[in-house]
Design a protein around this ligand. Structure first.
Ligand code: SF4
Ligand code: SF4
Length: 340
C-alpha cells in the first residue's frame, strides 16, 4: 500500500498508535523496498561483543568508558549516544531447560582428558570436568545460567522520538527504519524522554542526539548492518521484517519442543503499544530481567486526544467569556434605556 490510496486511508485514524502495515509508504516513500529489521535470538548469543565492536568501528563511534561495572562481563552498561549495541550479561541461579541433572564427574580423569587436547572423543567432550555437580534443586534441576542479549534501538513502528523532533532531524527511511541526521539535530534532547526504551541520547562532546541507524549507509549499498555481519552465531539476523517474524515464530516453537519453555518473543507483535518493533528479540526470561520494559507504549499515543480535549476546553472557555460579555452588554443596554 503506497502512494495516494495509502495516504487517503489514514484519514480519521490515530496515526501515532496502533498497527501500521506500511510505515515507509505512510512516510511518503513510494515504491519502497520491504521493511527491514533485526531479529536478535538471545538463545544463541555467546557474549563475544563482536556486534558492539563492529558497530563502533563501522559508525566511527567514540569510546565511552570501559569500566569494571561489577555486572559480570558487562562493561558498557547500557545503550547510549556512544553505545548503539549493548550486550547484557545476566547471571541467574536458574537452570537451562535441558540441563542434565546431577552428572557424576567422580570417575572422570581430568588430567588424562586435558592431555588429549582437541582430540578429545566426542562422547567425552560433552562432559565438563571442571567442578563437582551442584546439588539438584527441589524440581530436580541444577545449574547457574548466563543470559546474554545484544540490545539495540527498536526502530519502532510508532517512534515517539521522531514524533517529537522539532527540526525533522529524525526521519523514517525507505526501509522503515528510524535515523537521526547529525547535521540537522540541534541537540534539544526532546527525543530522549520520548523514547519508551531509553535508547536515544545526546552526546555531550558534540551536543547531538545519536542512536543506531540500522547502518542506513550499508543498506543503501545492499549490505547488511555491521553487527549482523559480525555476529558469529547469527544471534543477530537482518532481513525483511515479515520474513524475520516467521523465522522467529518457528524458532520459539523449536525451543519449546526442546524443553526451553521460557523462550518467548519480545517486540514482534504489530498490535503492541508501539505497533511492533523493527528490531525484536527472542528472550529466555521476562523482559524486565534484560532491562526491557514489559509493556512499552509510544509516549505520543494520547497526543491527538489531548489536543481534542484542549480544543474543547478552549472552546468552552471562549463560550463562557462570550456569554459574560453578552450578559454585561444586556445589563448596560437596559440601564441606558431606563435613564432615557
Ligand atoms: S527505540 Fe526509541 S530511539 Fe529507537 S525508534 Fe523507538 S523511540 Fe526512537
Ligand atoms: S549478538 Fe552475536 S556478535 Fe553480539 S555478542 Fe552475541 S554472539 Fe557476539
Amino acid at each position: 500500500m503506497t502512494g495516494t490510496s495509502g495516504r487517503s486511508s489514514l484519514i480519521g485514524r490515530n496515526l501515532l498508535a496502533g498497527a501500521e502495515p506500511d510505515v515507509a509508504g505512510d512516510a511518503g516513500h513510494q515504491g519502497h523496498p520491504p521493511r527491514a529489521g533485526f531479529f536478535t535470538d538471545t538463545s544463541v548469543c555467546i557474549g563475544c561483543k563482536a556486534c558492539e565492536v563492529a558497530c563502533k568501528e563501522w559508525n566511527a563511534i567514540p569510546e565511552d568508558g570501559l569500566d569494571f561495572t561489577g555486572m559480570s562481563f558487562d562493561n558498557t552498561q547500557g545503550l547510549g549516544a556512544s553505545t548503539w549495541r549493548h550486550v547484557a550479561f545476566i547471571e541467574q541461579n536458574k537452570p537451562l531447560g535441558r540441563t542434565e541433572v546431577a552428572v557424576d564427574h567422580g570417575d572422570v580423569d581430568v588430567l588424562a582428558l586435558a592431555s588429549q587436547g582437541s582430540g578429545t572423543p566426542v562422547e567425552q567432550a560433552a562432559i565438563t570436568p571442571t567442578s563437582p555437580a551442584p546439588a539438584p534443586s527441589q524440581d530436580g534441576q541444577t545449574g547457574l545460567r548466563w543470559l546474554m542479549a545484544s540490545d539495540v534501538c527498536k526502530h519502532c513502528t510508532h517512534a515517539a522520538c521522531l514524533d517529537v523532533c522539532p527540526t525533522g532531524a529524525l526521519f523514517r527511511t525507505e526501509f522503515g527504519t528510524v535515523v537521526v541526521q547529525d547535521d540537522i539535530c540541534n541537540g534539544c534532547g526532546y527525543c530522549v524522554p520520548a523514547c519508551p526504551y531509553g535508547v536515544v541520547d545526546v552526546r555531550p562532546e558534540d551536543g547531538g542526539a545519536h542512536k543506531c541507524t540500522l547502518c542506513y549507509d550499508r543498506l543503501g549499498a545492499g549490505q547488511e548492518p555491521a553487527c549482523a555481519k559480525a555476529c558469529p552465531t547469527d544471534s543477530i539476523q537482518f532481513g525483511p521484517l515479515d520474513e524475520l517474524r516467521e523465522r522467529a515464530a518457528a524458532r520459539v516453537e523449536e525451543l519449546h519442543r526442546l524443553g526451553v519453555e521460557d523462550a518467548r518473543l519480545y517486540g514482534h507483535d504489530p498490535e503492541d503499544g508501539v505497533g511492533g518493533d523493527g528490531a525484536f528479540f527472542l528472550l529466555l526470561d521476562e523482559p524486565e530481567v534484560y532491562g526491557l520494559p514489559p509493556d512499552p507504549v509510544v509516549t505520543t499515543r494520547d497526543l491527538p486526544s489531548m489536543w481534542r480535549h484542549a480544543g474543547a476546553a478552549a472552546l468552552t472557555l471562549l463560550g463562557g467569556v462570550a456569554a459574560v460579555f453578552a450578559a454585561q452588554a444586556g445589563v448596560s443596554g437596559r440601564r441606558t434605556g431606563r435613564r432615557r
